[in-house]
Design a protein around this ligand. Sequence first.
Ligand SMILES: O=C(O)CCC(=O)C(=O)O
Ligand SMILES: [Fe+2]
Length: 227
Amino acid sequence: MLVHIPNVLTAEDLAYCRKTLEESEWVDGKVTAGDQSAKAKHNLQIPQKSEVALELGDVILRALGQSALFTTVALPLRVFPPLFNRYDAGMQFRSHVDNAIRPLPETNFRIRTDVSSTLFLSDPEEYDGGELIIEDTYGSHSVKLPAGDLVLYPATSLHHVAPVTRGSRWASFFWTQSMVREDAKRTLLYNFDCSIIEVRKNLSDDHPAVLGLTATYHNLVREWAEL
Ligand SMILES: O=C(O)CCC(=O)C(=O)O
Ligand SMILES: [Fe+2]
């Protein structure tokens, strides 16, 4: 399931991220790529362990923590520290699938990448091209969002970033290990949750239908969650 979450970053957080990134040093993006994707990847990144990446990553993690939609869509167990990339004119990231397992920097932990995310830091008017194109069983989806908005998609998807032909596209990207590994199950839970929210607009919280649906939602999570 592909989900767009608007306004994950406030205007202040966005301005702070952009200003800090403007003053930072960028390196070749191949540093965090696997073997196949290194050949496909032509962009720049902020070094993963730099203070800037850690500091701005925390700004983003804090914002995600306040997003009920992120929680209900991703059902996060662990979120990889956000990374930052940039495509200037002529840069692109050809078709690839993200690595399944990623070591968490400075720890002995690894995460399984279930959900991939891009948080746009440039507005669509600032560049041409640079669409994130995601393939699924229903075809290709082209994503180009306002700065501060997030897209989540299954990490199992083939995807690419189209060549930027004018300007520069800046983004943060990261992966989430979900409590629910399968996209199909996460999609069912998300749709179920949205329907409960709709029902609660018309029925009181102690109505037997609300109680029953809420109990079933939690019991499905209990059935499917891996912690
Ligand atoms: O820049 C993006 O939107 C996606 C980046 C990407 O696919 C990756 O780094 O694996
Ligand atoms: Fe990717």
